[in-house]
Design a protein around this ligand. Structure first.
Ligand SMILES: [Fe+2]
Ligand SMILES: [Fe+2]
Length: 342
């Protein structure tokens, strides 16, 4: 194997024979500068196993690295984001396209058309049963709102799942996602209007990592509950300590698979702690919107018990307590008027 030291740029060849006993991520000291050279040797050497189906399946002795590899393999079980969403994003980013072009793209997926019309006719969008075609919806709603409805239609089935590991009943994650999407959009409108649409899209899928992690949290539910009872650290820390990584990290992997733009993926990765984003507005917006939804009790499952709001989030977004009250009320109303559009 050929390797290069990232510190002194020297190159070396190591006989494969010498690496045979290792798997996963390892580091070796550079013979030249003594810096660390990271080497990735593929997946850890652990027996492949299926996603757990019951608490009895808990592998007590499984290492964190093996568990991580096992969880990442189950990422392939997640349905792909419908192609129509990607195509629609492309149309919308083209300044020469019209809302008719967007409608034409949506009409190529009949399954999505049904859900788009159901959502467009929900009380929130105000079309109450009067819209019978996507073309008509595009004229009445306009391209940006139609894209918002499309995002809802593409993710509703996936987000409507029950997540017993996180104490989320059927529809809880969907309602939480709706609340965060709406609150993200409102905050963006106040502080960074050009991010409105991206904020809605990011808020909607910010917790998608929980869908993958749920069976693994469920099989270790006692450990998680003990962590929550101790009340010292965030639920994300519990995920990191017990599973080796958290649902925000996993969600950014999902974003890669779904070809979600990098800046949206970053905000999802940082939605529990925007500090590593380096002051990125979208990350602070989604974080604050998540906090608002949890304060309103919308989708407050097991992890809502230990939510930590970033010290400077309000300041960064220039929000007041009054603003928060308004955003909470609006989010609750949005959820009430759109939740049945699943
Ligand atoms: Fe989260
Ligand atoms: Fe959340």
């Amino acid at each position: 194997m050929n390797i290069r030291c990232p510190h002194c740029e020297r190159e070396y060849t190591i006989a494969d024979e010498r690496l045979k006993a290792y798997r996963g991520d390892i580091t070796i000291p550079c013979p030249g500068c003594k810096g660390k050279i990271p080497i990735h040797l593929g997946e850890p050497a652990c027996a492949p196993g299926p996603a757990p189906t019951s608490p009895a399946a808990q592998p007590d002795t499984e290492s964190t690295q093996c568990l991580k590899a096992r969880i990442f393999r189950t990422l392939t079980d997640l349905p792909p984001m419908p192609q129509v969403a990607q195509k629609a994003r492309k149309v919308l980013s083209d300044p020469n396209s019209s809302f008719t072009d967007l409608a034409r793209v949506i009409e190529t997926d009949q399954g999505i058309v049904t859900r788009v019309l159901k959502m467009a006719n929900s009380p929130y969008y105000g079309l109450s049963g009067n819209v019978s075609s996507v073309q008509h919806a595009s004229v009445v709603l306009g391209s940006k709102t139609l894209m918002e409805v499309l995002n809802l239609a593409c993710s509703s089935e996936l987000l409507a799942k029950t997540l017993p590991g996180y104490d989320l009943d059927t529809g809880d994650l969907w309602m939480h996602s709706l609340a965060v999407a709406n609150a993200s959009r409102i905050i963006a409108k106040k502080v960074h209007p050009s991010l409105e649409q991206d904020a809605f899209a990011a808020g909607l899928i910010h917790d998608v990592g929980k869908i993958i992690l749920d069976p693994y949290v469920l099989e270790r539910k006692d450990e998680f509950q003990a962590f929550v009872r101790a009340g010292k650290e965030s639920f994300l820390s519990a995920e990191k300590q017990i599973l080796g990584f958290d649902h925000a990290e996993l969600a950014s992997e999902v974003c890669k698979r779904w070809k979600i733009p990098d800046h949206i993926a970053l905000s999802i990765r940082c939605h529990h702690d925007p500090t590593p984003s380096g002051g990125d507005d979208l990350s602070y917006i989604v974080h604050m919107a998540d906090a608002v939804a949890l304060m309103s009790g919308i989708g407050a499952g097991l992890d809502g018990m230990l939510y930590r709001i970033h010290d400077h989030a309000m300041e960064h977004l220039r929000l007041t307590q009054d603003d928060l009250g308004d955003i909470m009320a609006d989010a609750a109303s949005f959820v009430e008027k759109t939740a049945l559009g699943v």
